[in-house]
Ligand binder design. Sequence first.
Ligand code: SF4
Length: 493
Amino acid sequence: MLLGMPALPTSPRGVGNLRGDETFPVAARRALANGQLRANLGHATQTIRTKRAQVVGEVAGWEALREAGSQLKRHTMGDLETYLLQLEEKVTARGGTVHWARDATEANEIVTRLVRATGADEVVKVKSMATQEIGLNEHLESQGIAAYETDLAELIVQLGHDKPSHILVPAIHRNRSEIREIFLREMADVDPELTDEPAVLAAAARQHLRRKFLSARVAISGANFGIAETGTLGVVESEGNGRMCLTLPETLITVMGIEKLVPRWTDLEVFLQLLPRSSTGERMNPYTSMWTGVTPGDGPQEFHLVLLDNGRTAVLSDAHGRDALNCIRCSACLNVCPVYERAGGHAYGSVYPGPIGAVLSPQLTGVEDNASLPYASSLCGACYDACPVKIDIPSMLVHLRNAHVETHRAEHRLPSAESAIMKAASWVMSNDKRWSAAVRGARAGRVLGRKRGVIGPIPLPLADAWTQSRDIPRPPTQSFRDWWTAEHEGGQR
Ligand code: SF4
């Protein structure tokens, strides 16, 4: 049993996809230079935002629904151990087998062992963030087992030897002509006259996958929800590929993060309203598949549930950070985030990009392994407003920034250039005379901005990093204080 263990391990290094090779600023700078990527992202996020706003606007009690979702999740996290044990008992009673995976390494080993035991050397997969997180496909491949993604966007990512860049739309960074090129290059059975019409591309993918669905003996899925009361697992999806994987093979293996629980069946009435509206901008999910253990003569006759910790217990132990576990992976926060829209998902280096990734990934790995992510935000608060379970991501970002700063302070690596600047600013701003002198001095900057009306990059130490990506407004001839004095105090100071 993982809960209650004295040590609270984070996700191990060297396995899975929670850590990038570069910091966010380095990766984001390269992404910002890619005009095609920015155009694809801007178009896609705008479309989803518009759809979401329409269907959310139809629900009179949307705020009450959000509150209900938030309360249900907080209640579940407050008694997670009890609900997990209840889930295990119910799944087992219905003929399933529950496995507990401390981390990504254990989960990969468990799944590999289970697939090997069936004698199969290939599996079909339902789109799953948990299996992306642990790098399951890569691990299975290294063990001689081929994993075929069946969600269209995941298939595009897999065939393109690429990484997902969005929780819900993993290939959001690709446009249709790029997808056509990938299909022509990678699909042996594709029509060489393939066009980039969406319906034609979807038909090509369907044809490509059909044989896999019919021949696969093992399927691997994640789960959107696990219901403690009944031992039921649920997957919501839009294409029907999930339904095929969950019903046709002989063996089903589900990898689920331990936070995906809800206590009761009736709790789904809240989440199945919140999730589709927030994610795809639909009123309900096209395919909602639910299963409980094994049913003789119907569907997979062998069912394994792998419950994944991989740092979640450590997140749960942080009173200020644990709400990140309430996430239902709708991706609404990504679609409204101005940083995500411009930098794209790959810049975050983790399978969890955008605002939720900026708080979840550093907590799962330990803040220092993803220290740049809590700074990948303008703190505008759009993510909080959009979140269907009211996760206060901006406060969590500040909390994690503080954790990062405190770690460095403890290691005597401060004062950094930033803290020296902040101290100097504090000294100037805490005294009226010093501040007035600084404001008068700033007017000298007018000379720098006389051509463009703004001050561009300043090639000086300390100013360089800040001004490379930001223009500073040209200081006005009259400061606010001078104007106030002239207007209200007859020019007397
Ligand atoms: S944090 Fe909220 S908005 Fe973002 S993916 Fe999770 S549930 Fe959706």
